[in-house]
Design a binder for this molecule. Structure first.
Ligand SMILES: Nc1ncnc2c1ncn2[C@@H]1O[C@H](COP(=O)(O)OP(=O)(O)OP(=O)(O)O)[C@@H](O)[C@H]1O
Length: 321
């Protein structure tokens, strides 16, 4: 697994089993997880609640130990000081010392990395600037909004100028403006040559940001690859047809062709699956002298694949890539 240049993160058959309760019931949080994060990419680690994202990231951070399997950062075992020195981390629920200002907070973390004096001050100023918090640098953190705190949290993760930044749910709980600010920040990190791995269940954000994504469900990898390829894989051939002035007989004919028909007064919305069904539906409209308002192919998104896989996992109870 030595591949310093290409793979910044590499896991092989990573597994984590928790023991819970008095009887030590086993909870398999992560199962057989093998994936790679490449240098310089923004990598989205996606999955529904309880899928095993935080557990995986904690294993990569060396905060908990895998039950079995292997994980390496920069070709070093997790926990190796050489890897840790190049690593920055934002946990899912970071703890902020309320009565510190953002400048003091960052200085505190800078001290932990051995930064002092003018070097530390310069680094803190740069980071406050990067996350757009210079104006609030002397404000106590208890007066910050969630979005401002998240930006300071990201600045904290960058204090040691890491090559790899791991962010656990960085957009969670933010309003659309806060989410955009964090997205822009992640893109700035990429531009600066950093590798960013972040977990999220907000697929839209991942779609806009990521070079590649991995999806996990019930602890197992269900998909991994470039965003465009995965969107293609999840794409349906659905077409949405909107029609006016269709007779009740025509509506019945449309029902037999469409996967879904919704009526809004005079207007009919039908979802059709195959090109053949679309052609037949158009024949129905012509025969009924109805008015076609629109015919729009469904725009595929990561959500389609997510929903497809979630369905499959539910039905099969087992997941395979
Ligand atoms: N310390 C723990 N002890 C016991 N079970 C745990 C522990 N941590 C996590 N789990 C269980 O492991 C599974 C995966 O949890 P994890 O927090 O990794 O999921 P997640 O994908 O990060 O979810 P979320 O998006 O809700 O944070 C869940 O079933 C969770 O209850």
């Amino acid at each position: 697994m030595q591949n310093e240049t290409k793979h910044v993160v590499q896991t092989e058959a990573l597994r984590k089993v928790f023991r819970v309760g008095f009887w030590g019931r086993r909870v398999v949080a992560v199962e057989g997880l093998s994936l790679e994060v490449r240098k310089g990419e923004v990598f989205g680690f996606l999955g529904p609640n309880g899928a095993g994202k935080t557990t995986t990231l904690k294993m990569l951070m060396g905060l908990i130990y895998p039950t079995s399997g292997d994980a390496q950062l920069f070709g070093h075992p997790v926990g190796d000081p050489n890897a840790k020195a190049k690593l920055g981390f934002l946990p899912e629920s970071p703890y902020f010392y309320d009565y510190l200002t953002s400048r003091e907070f960052l200085a505190f973390y800078g001290h932990l990395f051995g930064l002092w004096g003018a070097t530390l001050n310069k680094r803190v100023d740069e980071l406050l600037e990067l996350v757009g918090m210079t104006h609030a640098c002397d404000l106590q953190l208890r007066k910050f909004s969630k979005g401002m705190l998240q930006r300071v949290g990201i600045a904290q993760a960058l204090i040691n100028d890491p090559e790899l930044v791991i962010l656990d749910e960085p957009m969670s709980g933010l309003d659309p403006i806060g989410r955009k600010e964090v997205r822009d920040l992640i893109l700035r990190l990429k531009e600066a040559g950093k590798t960013v791995m972040f977990s999220s269940h907000i697929l839209h954000d991942a779609e806009m940001l990521c070079d590649r994504v991995a999806m996990i469900m019930k602890g197992k990898l269900v998909a991994c690859g470039e965003v465009a390829d995965l969107i293609e894989r999840g794409a349906t051939q659905e077409v949405e047809m909107v029609v006016d002035r269709l007779s009740s007989g025509g509506i019945e004919q449309l029902r037999s062709l469409a996967t879904k028909v919704v009526l809004h007064g005079e207007r009919v919305l039908a979802v059709l699956n195959a090109q053949r069904d679309v052609d037949e539906a158009l024949d129905v409209l012509r025969a009924n002298r109805a008015k076609l308002v629109s015919l729009v192919p469904h725009k595929a998104s990561l959500e389609d694949l997510f929903v497809k896989e979630a369905h499959r996992v539910q039905q099969v109870g087992e997941v395979h890539v």
